[in-house]
Design a protein around this ligand. Structure first.
Ligand code: ADP
Ligand code: MG
Length: 715
């Protein structure tokens, strides 16, 4: 039983019922433990005093030592304020209060030496400070060192809960006997082996750091703790599933695979494709169910890897399916796979929402009697009436459009779960992938087929439009095709359509001798397909579109893309869009048209695009700018972690450390797994915990993942 987590915050000295309610509603702090784990979001250095002459207008909190020269009440009514003229002996500044004027005026006097601590602001040529903390200067007291700054809401401030209140409460908490006697939250063995700062010391230093070095060690320790339990949770879940769900073993590489490899494959596989195929083959041969995420930049050749994996299923007497997020994509995949399949006697069919009743019936029959080997389609594939006789592998293209639930529905198609391969071109940094897709193994194709020329990305503004159009004209005259992409404005469909329509008119006027097609999300599917077809077949040389083309369209002859209002797109979306060009052998261009008045972050984002074509770099930069919570995929991951202190984007090293340790602890302590096999020898390299360590881990897991942790096996 964790005593800190069970003790209501209202029992803390200085808290009381009213404040406790406020802490609960405003900051979600209910217990002693909650408050202990509420860390400062920043630290200020209070070991040094600033001079007024040193102040700049972008400073965080600073402290200044000096005296008040005089006080005056200025303004009227709601604008009444108390102004104290303050000097450090050389410079002057104003200290201003807008509330509690009478009390404050009575509290301080001129002539006494004070330390004021607050954020300086610069207004009309002079510095001032509003509502600082004011302390009498005491030469006998050593200067305070680093001090934490905590989140406070307006409502709390309104109830006179200040930074100082917070500090006092924390001081009281840290002095409480329950805190002084608090238990370590990591196994002793782990703390020792990794030389981590012990919990009590770390918690003290998080709130009242004794030095920069101690704070650093404390932060690392607390981050580690948080990530260790997340990784324990994920690994434990993955292992239990591995034990519980057996997979269909595919021991053979057979005729279909070999024929395709030797007779059909038009080019050598890249090294990365070979490596990933090996990984997939090992997975599917293991007798466990494969759950693999295949990441690879646009154009790296994931489809081919998927097809060859499906052939492994076929060679072992099973069927395979491939699910794509849109009808256009499904059709494109189908055309590719059918051409390959026809040449090696593997039957491939297409099922989408617009497949007619008769064809549908025929497909159902073919699936049931096993005459269809591979089925390609949209989410129509997971409709309940579709029954495979022997589904062995399900491939899902573009993970971020499918949630975990849909993945699970695919598994239910069989009594034995088929292998699952999820492909995504939205690269997610490995550390994030490990955590977000914790139940999936990750493969990466980190190599493009040879001969690809990196796309030239240019950032251009309105006044350069003519030169942009002349570049497009040059490509068109050389026989190539062009995309013009408009942002989809979610809040305002009408407006985005309007800009698309205007853009379309302008393009038609500028390039009168070429056919221009137009695609957007509001179109009827048949019309959209028709317009798409015009472009794919090459009859239309220019396509004006909203982001519907983002995913998957493959027209190698397209060599130039203009992205209008590029500042409105996210980085990974820009990268996806850019992947539509550069698919042929010739040089391609991606031109980002931007509004000239863009913020610093936006400019940074667009510059990243012009500097690199590496999707992983783009994605990493994106995550740093936006934070992992906004990344595509994290929403649907089904594992929403509320990390308090660790940062998935920046703490990659600690994540690996935590993952390795979690693996060691699970390996050394089979009792932590609900489904451990008693007869199986524990894997080598485990870290065996004492009884006490084991109990501790179990109780922490239970506390942190109460809903999902089955702790009955440890009692
Ligand atoms: P993505 O990973 O974006 O789905 P695709 O599978 O669509 O990429 O492949 C993009 C293009 O590259 C296709 O035209 C495909 O035929 C081609 N391709 C795939 N693998 C290779 C290879 N090893 N060598 C040359 N071209 C390849
Ligand atoms: Mg693809």
């Amino acid at each position: 039983m964790n005593r800190l987590a069970a003790t209501d915050i209202k029992y803390l000295k200085g808290m009381g019922d009213a404040r406790a309610k406020l802490f609960a509603s405003e900051l979600d702090i209910h217990t002693f433990r909650d408050l202990l784990y509420t860390f400062p979001f920043r630290y200020v250095d209070r070991s040094r005093f600033f001079m007024i002459s040193e102040l700049t207008d972008d400073m965080p909190l600073v402290q200044i030592r000096g005296r008040f020269v005089r006080f005056s009440v200025e303004g009227e009514g709601a604008k009444t304020r108390l102004v104290g003229l303050f000097t450090d002996g050389r410079g002057m500044m104003e200290i201003v209060w807008f509330a509690r004027i009478k009390q404050i005026k009575a509290m301080y006097s001129t002539g006494v030496e004070y330390v004021v601590f607050g954020r300086p602001s610069f207004y009309r040529g002079a510095f001032s400070m509003a509502h600082p903390e004011v302390d009498r200067f005491d030469p006998a007291k050593p200067p305070q060192g680093l001090r934490g700054v905590y989140t406070l809401t307006e409502k709390m401030r309104g109830k006179q809960i200040t930074a100082r209140t917070f500090n006092t409460l924390l001081t009281n908490l840290l002095e409480h006997e329950k805190v002084r006697g608090m238990q370590e939250t990591l196994p002793e063995e782990t703390v020792k082996a990794l030389n981590l700062m012990p919990l009590r010391e770390a918690i003290y230093n998080m709130h009242f750091p004794t030095s920069h070095a101690a704070l650093k060690a404390a932060r690392e320790r607390m981050k580690f703790e948080e990530l260790f339990y997340v990784e324990m949770h994920i690994l434990r879940y993955a292992r239990e599933r591995g034990e519980k769900i057996s997979g269909i073993p595919f021991p053979r590489i057979g005729r279909a695979f070999n024929d395709f490899y030797s007779k059909v494959l038009p080019f050598p596989l890249t090294g990365a494709q070979k490596r990933v195929l090996h990984e997939i083959r090992d997975d599917m041969g293991s007798g466990r169910q494969m759950n693999r995420l295949l990441q690879g930049d646009v154009g790296c050749g994931k489809t081919l890897v998927a097809f060859m994996s499906m052939l492994m299923a076929v060679d072992n007497g099973y069927q395979a399916c491939m699910m794509a997020p849109t009808e256009i994509l499904a059709t494109q995949h189908f055309e590719n796979l059918k051409e390959w399949g026809d040449r090696i006697g593997v039957s491939v069919r297409l099922l989408t929402g617009s497949t007619g009743t008769a064809a549908r019936r025929e497909i159902h029959a073919g699936l049931a009697d096993g005459s269809i080997n591979i089925l390609v389609g949209t989410h129509a594939l997971i409709e309940d009436t579709v029954g495979f006789s022997r589904l062995g592998l399900a491939v899902i293209d573009e993970q971020h459009r499918f949630g975990v639930e849909q993945r699970a529905r695919m598994w239910k198609k069989n009594s034995v779960a088929p292998h699952v391969l999820v492909m995504t071109a939205t690269p997610i940094p490995r550390t994030l992938a490990m955590t977000v897709y914790g139940d999936l193994e990750v493969s990466v194709i980190d190599e493009l087929p040879p001969g690809r020329k990196p796309v030239d990305t240019l950032l251009r503004y309105e006044e350069q439009r003519q030169s942009v159009y002349s570049l497009v004209g040059r490509e068109l005259r050389a026989g190539r095709q062009a995309y013009i992409v408009y942002p989809l404005i979610h809040e305002n469909e009408k407006l985005s359509l309007k800009s698309l329509e205007e853009g379309y008119e302008k393009i038609c006027d500028t390039f009168p001798s070429y056919e221009v097609c137009k695609v957007h999300g509001q179109m009827k599917p048949a019309e959209k397909d028709h317009q798409m077809d015009l472009f794919v077949s090459g009859r239309a040389r220019i396509m004006v579109a909203t982001t519907v083309i983002e995913v998957g369209v493959n027209v190698p002859n397209a060599s130039v893309m203009i992205i209008e209002n590029a500042e409105r797109f996210g980085l990974s979306q820009l990268h996806q869009l850019r992947g539509r060009v550069g698919r042929g052998a010739d040089k391609s261009f991606c031109i980002l048209m931007s509004h000239p008045n863009i913020g610093k972050d936006t400019r940074k984002r667009l510059n990243i695009m012009t500097e690199t074509t590496d999707g992983f770099l783009v994605s990493e930069a994106d995550m740093k700018i936006r934070g992992p919570g906004d990344m595509e995929g994290t929403q649907q991951s089904g594992i929403a972690f509320n990390l308090r202190i660790a940062d998935l984007a920046r703490d990659g090293q600690i994540i690996s450390l935590a993952r390795d340790e979690a693996r060691r602890v699970l390996d050394g302590n089979p009792r932590l797994l609900a489904f451990s096999r008693a007869d199986a020898p524990p894997p080598p390299g485990g870290r065996q915990l004492s009884e006490q360590g084991l109990a501790l881990v179990a109780s922490e897991m239970r506390l942190r993942f109460a809903k999902t942790f089955d702790w009955s096996m440890i009692s």
